[in-house]
Design a protein around this ligand. Structure first.
Ligand code: GAR
Length: 204
């Protein structure tokens, strides 16, 4: 049987990007990896429901009320438990320290809902990104998948896809279109690319 890379997905919310990966795997397109666990930084989020529906193991490591160090050791324990080799941040709304990212160098990927280096870094997450893009008046935005290092949204870019801004866009409308046209396409494709590289023993 072909060796597959163990993938863990970290989430904090609705999990539509997680769903895109689950569907991609369901269609047989995730040829080099297998989702072994979904870890949430919040209890009760819909992403956990999506994971259970797909019969994927789940864990919750609450961010709230914990020191960064304790939160990260909780996540690390879960990752070691499932022998994760590649980690996907799919709507994961927590910052990770250098201590954490160094342990999985070139093995953590994140999806960001803008064309990095625009509208990114600390404070730019979720709807806030689209609000900022609209108030700036950009005519083109999009999504980026990148490697994760200690700088928020600062790691090397893997894939990007552009999306046109429309005259009557609201942050919510734009968010939905960026997800549909960009995020849900480039995140699963980037994951396959990274898993394939890991199998081949390539670093980047
Ligand atoms: C997505 O748009 C994702 O790109 C964004 O949050 C949303 C999560 O949706 N992530 C960030 O802003 C991280 N900086 P989802 O839970 O439905 O995948």
């Amino acid at each position: 049987m072909k060796k597959l890379v163990n993938v863990a997905v970290l989430v904090s919310g609705g999990g539509t990007n997680l769903q895109a990966i689950i569907d991609y795997a369901g269609e047989g397109k995730l040829e080099s990896g297998k989702i072994v666990k979904v870890i949430s930084s919040k209890a009760g989020v819909y992403a956990l429901e999506r994971a259970r529906e797909a019969e994927i193991d789940t864990a919750v490591v609450e961010r709230k009320g914990k020191k960064q160090e304790d939160f990260e050791s909780g996540i690390l324990r879960e990752l070691e438990d499932c022998k994760a080799e590649v980690i996907v941040l799919a709507g994961f709304m927590c910052i990770l320290s250098k201590n954490f990212t160094d342990r999985y160098k070139d093995r953590i990927i994140n999806v960001h809902p803008a064309l990095i280096p625009s509208f990114c870094g600390e404070g730019f997450y979720g709807l806030k990104v689209h609000e900022a893009a609209l108030s700036y008046g950009v005519k083109v935005t999009g999504a980026t998948v990148h490697y994760v290092n200690e700088i928020a949204d600062g790691g090397k870019i893997i894939m990007q896809r552009a999306v046109k801004v429309k005259e009557n866009d609201t942050p919510e409308k734009l968010q939905k279109r960026v997800m549909q046209e960009a995020e849900w396409k480039i995140l699963p494709a980037s994951l396959e690319l990274v898993c394939k590289k890991v199998l081949k023993g390539e670093t980047k």
